[in-house]
Design a protein around this ligand. Sequence first.
Ligand code: FAD
Length: 391
Amino acid sequence: DAALPSHARVVIVGAGQAGLSVAHHLARRGLTPGEDLVVLDRSPAAGGAWQFRWESLRLGTAHRVNDLPGMRELGLSFDTADRGRAARDVVGEYYAAYEQHFGLQVFRPVTVTGVREAAPDVASGRLRVEYLRGVVAGVMAPSTTADAARGAITTAILVNATGTWGAPIRPYVPGIETFAGRQLATPEYRSAAEFSGLRVIVVGGGTSAVGFVLELEGIAASTTWVTRRPVSFAGDEPGEASASIEGRLAAVAQQNDAAAAGRVLPSIISGTGLPATARNLDALRRGVLVARPMFTSIEQGGVRFADGSFEPADAIIWATGFRSELGHLDPLGLREPGGGVAAAEGRALRDPRVFLAGYGPQASTIGADRAGRLVAMQVLEALEQRDAEDD
Ligand code: FAD
């Protein structure tokens, strides 16, 4: 295992689409990975959150996955990737090849547990990035560790690119604790076969929920799809993620506003509608995708709706979205009363040393190249300014 430096100019936390894109742009502009540019990732392998997605998920069934900057140089493109293979394998392999080709050394598994002022050396203006290096028991619970060693790196700049996969949202519904069946969130879903013969409730209005409903057809004894808001399927082309340019722009603007105000970010799907893929349209025609409004309480054996009706259930799948994983930044006190970190164009508004890649409207692979470049350019400016001050 390569030794981790104790100091860097830039530390990137997270080697998913967002972190790799920033790393690539910084490396191209002269930073040396493994020395002054250190990329840390808690996952065991390349692939970001994709490596944990269920086996049946294919590229192209959700949205289009954009290529990383420079990926075509390797002869790779997600546009021409094998749709018959598991997305997690394809993305993992592509990212691994990408990291190797561009020499983007990623230190893994390294879990960042806290970022704070490099006290007692606060005057240096440096940040101290504390981590656990080694196998971490369960990506969903990074604090439970086995075999991991503590360490720290000081850095001038931190780029946070930790995504959302480790922070699924599970809304509170009265009676939730009384449910006798199985409850799980999207990251815990493995395969439809686990629900064979069961009565399943799928909650959520996003692509994951739709995917689960379709997978469970003919395998679960019954599938009830429940959404908190009415859903629409839109887009002229199969695979188009949004109804219209206006709808997409409005959704991005809403996310921008929330990010700038430090509010928890709204779902992008709620603004754009679900993709009208051939698969989804076919399921709509067959009456498989009929959503019921959200139930109002949960009982031991199922869920009860506002009209008093009861749906018996053996399992509830909560596909109810994610929050940004930012808990390790808490020692810096960046959170606003609204619960989020105020950010604009990937820059934390309260701390010029902290950048957030893949946050808010950047939180999909769609903007990864542009978002990565935007963050990288600002990072370089911040470094230049720092160097000028040090002179
Ligand atoms: P991630 O891929 O989540 O990468 C974050 C990395 O940070 C991970 O490798 C993780 O190990 C690491 N990390 C987190 N916390 C720490 C820590 N404390 N210390 C060290 N490392 C840490 N988008 C699309 O554009 N197209 C799609 O088809 C698509 N399909 C999707 C399907 C599903 C089921 C879901 C849930 C999302 C989908 N998305 C899709 C959105 C997708 O998550 C993003 O597009 C993108 O891959 C996220 O990239 P990221 O780099 O921000 O995050």
